[in-house]
Structure formats: structure tokens, C-alpha cells
Design a protein around this ligand. Structure first.
Ligand SMILES: Cc1cc2nc3c(=O)[nH]c(=O)nc-3n(C[C@H](O)[C@H](O)[C@H](O)COP(=O)(O)O)c2cc1C
Length: 386
């Protein structure tokens, strides 16, 4: 008998039990129309619904129309968006996966092109083909990079309205049947741009010292928590460090995590970077090493005393297993590895020796794959046929 696996042991999060700790990281598909999840989204999520993961997080979904990154981003700013998401949440539940959604506001990174259209700011040429630019909002009137429009600095009254939009989005996420809600507080989007001294130049109660820069994150969390049922878990994705001089540090994030915990956040999803520049996943010249952001999850877990999820270049089953065994995180999120191989979690169970008979695969596949395994184990006859 193999030792019990940490990665494939259940986890209890308030009133929800996930069958294992492999999580689909939220990934924008840039394929929505007016914010609606459609056929593509259902087909895309079906790939993971059959793939043995424990929890799935639907992509960054905007709480306001102007809070989308691109025209193709999903949104949940109206009740009309709910049915598209309900279909995804129900699909996951039918296949034993806990469905979740990340809600988001792009802030000054709004009004962009889809990555495959360049990923830059929308301009007149985009407008001519129906993707008109729109005005972005931010803590301060400072563009995120050269070439991008200067955003409108939100007034205090406007901040209150934005907080209300987060609460309404949480209510709709519940109506759609999601069981995990993640607040997107990372990657340079609205909440992170308030947190980071690199993008927040305010000198009112929302800027200056860390306690003031944290205020939007905490107000959003309180508003979301008040709408999100007590028996359902709330995640928060943080850019744990800015990785730029003068930016957010891991000590800042530990302090933030403690305050979030006091307001009902259950899991900090530890990413990094993104406060300056258009994308967070663009490849640099050096390949990040496997699990390069795990130290942030480990530190927040230890010093803030709450559950964490690690993400970023987690490639191998035995590596993911070791992260959890060593108590460095409680959940492991995968993005591109799952795009590449939606069966990653099923294959991982094979590699870890946990499912030799394919019982954790959909029953429709089990018999055929166990026969395949027997055939592959037979000696090969002379002309290559088994
Ligand atoms: C296509 C794509 C879309 C992404 N969209 C989101 C998103 O909606 N929200 C988010 O927080 N991160 C997003 N990310 C970042 C991923 O969730 C993840 O943190 C990152 O890809 C690192 O994990 P990986 O190395 O396993 O891919 C996206 C990444 C990719 C590749």
C-alpha cells in the first residue's frame, strides 16, 4: 500500500469538502461577449471537470463593466450573467469538483487588447472593429505603463460604489451556485493598485501608510463576506511581493493576510508581481524555477496563521506532494499545466501509485484504460502487434 497522499487527501473549508488539493487556477479566456460565459467556457471547463481536480476557479470575472481587462473578459455585474455561470458550476458539481469563481476589477489595467491581438491598450483601430476603448479607474491618475491612457482617480464616493459592486457580484456568484469565491487582489488590478505604493499616490484615507493602502482590500472583503454565506469559503489572491524596489514586501502581505483573516478570508492564494506592465505571465528570459512562489505561501501560512494556496510553475506530482507534506501550503493551484494536460490530476494519481486500476477516472473510461494498461504490459509480438 502506498503512503496516504497529502495532495490527494480531502480538505474541509468551512462547510465544503474538496476531494483533493489540486485547484484549477483562474485563467481568463478572453472569449466572452458582453461579459457572458458561453459555449467556449462550458467546453473549456468540461475538460477539467473530467480531469480529477478538487476545486476549479473560473477566470477573473469583472464586478463592473469598466473593470474588465478586455472586451472578452467575463463579467458578473448584472443578473443576466448568472445563467452562463450556473451551467459551469453545475457541470463541476456533477463531476465531484467544488466550483469557484474569481471576482475582479481591472482598475488601470482595463481597456486592453486580448493577448492574441497584442495585449496593448485599445486604440482607434480596435474601436473600428468594434472594440472601443473605455476610461479606466485607479487610486491615482497615473498610467500603468507607457502608451496606456491615464486612468481616472476614484473619489471616495466612487470607491463606495465600487465596493458595492463587489458585494453584488458576490451575491450573484452565490446565485450561480459557486461554493468558493476568490477576491482578485493581485497582478496590478484595482485592489493591488491601491495596496502598492508604486501605484497609489493618494494622501487621503486610502493612501499613504500601509493601513490606509489596505483599506480598499478590507472594505471589499467585508462587503463580499456579508453577502457570501458563512458556510462557504472565501479565498483572496494576493501579489505577495511587487518584486520592485519600494513596492510591496512579504511583511506587508503577512500584515494584510492577518487583517483579511479577521474579516473571514479562509485561504490566501499567493501569487506575485504585475503592478507595473501589462501582463503577469509573459515569459522573461530566464525560466522561473519550479514552485518559485511557494516561499510566499509558506511564509504567509506560518506568520499569518491561515491556509494558503501556492501557484506558479508547479509541474510535477511528486513536487506538489512534497509542498503539502512539508506544510508549505494547503492547496496547489495549476494554470498552464492544466491547459496543457487537463488530466494532470488523474495522471498524478497514477504517478504517485494511488490509482493503479483507474478507478478515479470517469467510469466510462475506467474499464477501457485498465484493459489498455494490461495490453501495454504484455510482451510485444514480432510484428509489433500486441
Ligand atoms: C491564459 C492565462 C490566463 C490567466 N488569467 C488569470 C486570471 O483570470 N486571474 C488570475 O488571478 N490569474 C490569471 N492567470 C495567472 C494564473 O492563474 C497563474 O497564477 C499563473 O499562470 C501561474 O501558474 P502556472 O505556472 O501554473 O500557469 C492567468 C494565466 C494564464 C496563462
Amino acid at each position: 500500500m502506498p503512503e496516504p497522499s497529502a495532495l490527494f487527501s480531502p480538505i474541509e473549508l468551512r462547510g465544503v469538502v474538496a476531494r483533493n488539493r489540486v485547484v484549477l487556477s483562474p485563467m481568463c479566456q478572453y472569449s466572452a461577449k458582453d461579459g457572458h460565459a458561453g459555449d467556449w467556457h462550458l467546453a473549456h471547463h468540461a475538460r477539467f471537470a473530467l480531469g480529477g481536480i478538487g476545486v476549479a476557479l473560473v477566470e477573473a470575472t469583472a464586478v463592473e463593466a469598466r473593470g474588465r481587462i478586455t472586451h472578452g473578459c467575463t463579467g458578473i455585474w448584472s443578473d443576466a450573467h448568472v445563467p452562463g455561470f450556473r451551467a459551469i458550476a453545475e457541470l463541476y458539481k456533477r463531476h465531484g469538483v467544488v466550483p469557484g469563481i474569481q471576482i475582479a476589477h481591472a482598475g488601470r489595467k482595463a481597456s486592453g487588447q486580448r493577448p492574441w491581438e497584442g495585449g496593448g491598450p485599445l486604440g482607434a483601430a480596435d474601436g473600428a472593429r468594434g472594440d472601443a476603448p473605455w476610461a479606466a479607474v485607479a487610486p491615482s491618475a497615473e498610467a500603468m505603463a507607457e502608451g496606456w491612457d491615464t486612468p481616472h482617480a476614484l473619489s471616495v464616493a466612487e470607491i463606495r460604489e465600487v465596493v458595492g459592486a463587489w458585494a453584488a457580484a458576490a451575491r450573484r456568484a452565490r446565485a450561480a451556485g459557486f461554493q468558493v469565491l476568490e477576491i482578485h487582489g493581485a497582478h496590478g488590478y484595482l485592489i493591488h493598485s491601491f495596496l502598492s505604493p508604486l501605484s497609489n499616490r493618494r494622501n487621503d484615507g486610502y493612501g499613504g501608510e500601509l493601513a490606509h493602502r489596505m483599506r480598499l482590500a478590507l472594505e471589499v472583503t467585508e462587503a463580499v463576506r456579508s453577502e457570501w454565506p458563512r458556510d462557504l469559503p472565501l479565498f483572496y489572491r494576493a501579489s505577495a511581493v511587487d518584486l520592485i524596489d519600494g513596492g510591496l514586501t512579504i511583511e506587508d502581505t503577512v500584515e494584510l493576510a492577518r487583517a483579511l483573516k479577521a474579516r473571514g478570508v479562509d485561504v490566501i492564494d499567493c501569487s506575485s508581481g504585475g503592478v507595473v506592465g501589462p501582463t503577469v505571465t509573459s515569459a522573461g528570459r530566464v525560466r522561473p524555477k519550479q514552485g518559485f512562489q511557494v516561499p510566499y505561501a509558506e511564509r504567509v501560512r506560518r506568520d499569518a496563521g491561515l491556509k494558503t494556496m501556492c501557484v506558479g510553475m508547479v509541474l510535477d506530482a511528486d513536487y506538489a506532494e512534497a509542498i503539502l507534506r512539508q506544510g508549505r501550503a494547503d492547496l496547489v493551484a495549476l494554470g498552464r499545466e492544466l491547459l496543457y494536460n487537463p488530466n494532470w490530476a488523474l495522471h498524478a494519481q497514477q504517478e504517485l501509485g494511488l490509482d493503479p486500476e483507474f478507478h478515479n477516472w470517469p467510469v466510462q473510461y475506467t474499464w477501457a484504460l485498465s484493459r489498455r494498461a494490461k495490453v501495454l504490459a504484455m510482451p510485444i509480438d514480432g510484428d509489433g502487434r500486441a
